[in-house]
Write a protein that binds this ligand. Structure first.
Ligand SMILES: [Zn+2]
Length: 270
């Protein structure tokens, strides 16, 4: 499932090539991917000019002036420029033909993604429910510490709650806690101020490094040109059960928390 670095990588690519483009024609091949009425989606987007592409949480937001196209990739969604990525045509959900003759393709094998057309005001209302962006100044160690006081939930599960901070999913929660040397099973309210500082710093460092390496590909994620991310080889614990910890050499352990796999070093994170 794409997390913040993967979505950010796609957004940065699209933000370089799409602004100024006009959507000439929209074809919806899989209407179940559209949030709301597919005909209204097509009607609204046709002839719209793309002014910018940004990210909020794990949403890709196309600024169309008074309206927004909001794309959530779900588990396996991809946004690809040109559609020449050599994929099965059965998995193409929506195509956007641009006036410049290029095509933006939304492709999704499992179809948990969602594309929505809405007014700028509707999007603003939606946005207010999201937690702070982890790479913004709104996300501080002091606030992380204060919020954690009220919760006995395991810190790894707690971090993945999008109301605390957005975009930190299973991969980067495990990775950040290893960097911060915090046991993922600890209750959120057991963190000291020093622990909260370390977790805050580790989340930002991990996400920034993952963006620098264009995200993590385990199975499905591809960037806007169809290429896998380069961060997979730099994962310290995620999906590395039984392999030696890069810091101390102890075998990485896997446990299940909240139905999701957690990977950690039992020595560094004790
Ligand atoms: Zn270790």
């Amino acid at each position: 499932m794409p997390e913040l670095p993967e979505v950010e990588t796609i957004v940065r690519d699209l933000a370089r090539s799409l602004p100024g483009s006009t959507i000439a024609r929209v074809e919806v091949l899989k209407p179940d991917l559209i949030g709301g009425d597919a005909a209204a989606f097509v009607r609204g987007l046709t002839s719209s000019r793309i002014r910018g592409v940004t990210r909020r949480a794990k949403n890709i937001v196309f600024d169309l002036g008074a309206h927004r196209l909001v794309v959530n990739l779900g588990m396996t969604g991809r946004l690809l420029m040109s559609g020449d990525a050599g994929e099965q045509p059965t998995h193409i959900g929506v195509t956007f033909r641009l006036a410049s003759e290029r095509t933006l393709v939304y492709h999704d094998v499992r179809r948990f993604g969602c594309l929505e057309y809405m007014t700028a005001g509707e999007w603003e209302d939606r946005e207010t429910a999201f937690g702070p962006e982890p790479l913004s100044d709104d996300f501080t160690a002091a606030e992380l510490y204060d919020l954690s006081r009220g919760s006995r939930v395991a810190v790894k599960t707690w971090l993945m709650d999008q109301r605390r901070v957005v975009g930190v999913g299973n991969i980067y929660a495990s990775e950040s806690l290893h960097r911060a040397r915090v046991d993922p099973r600890r209750a959120a309210n057991s963190l000291s101020r020093g622990d909260a500082n370390a977790v805050h710093r580790a989340i930002r460092e991990t996400l920034l490094e993952a963006i620098e390496f264009r995200g993590t590909t385990l199975l499905d994620y591809r960037d806007a040109s169809g290429a896998p991310g380069g961060f997979s080889a730099r994962l310290r614990v995620y999906d590395r059960a039984g392999e030696p910890c890069a810091v101390c050499g102890t075998a990485i352990e896997r446990i299940v928390q909240g139905g999701r796999s957690t990977f950690f070093c039992p020595v560094c994170q004790s």
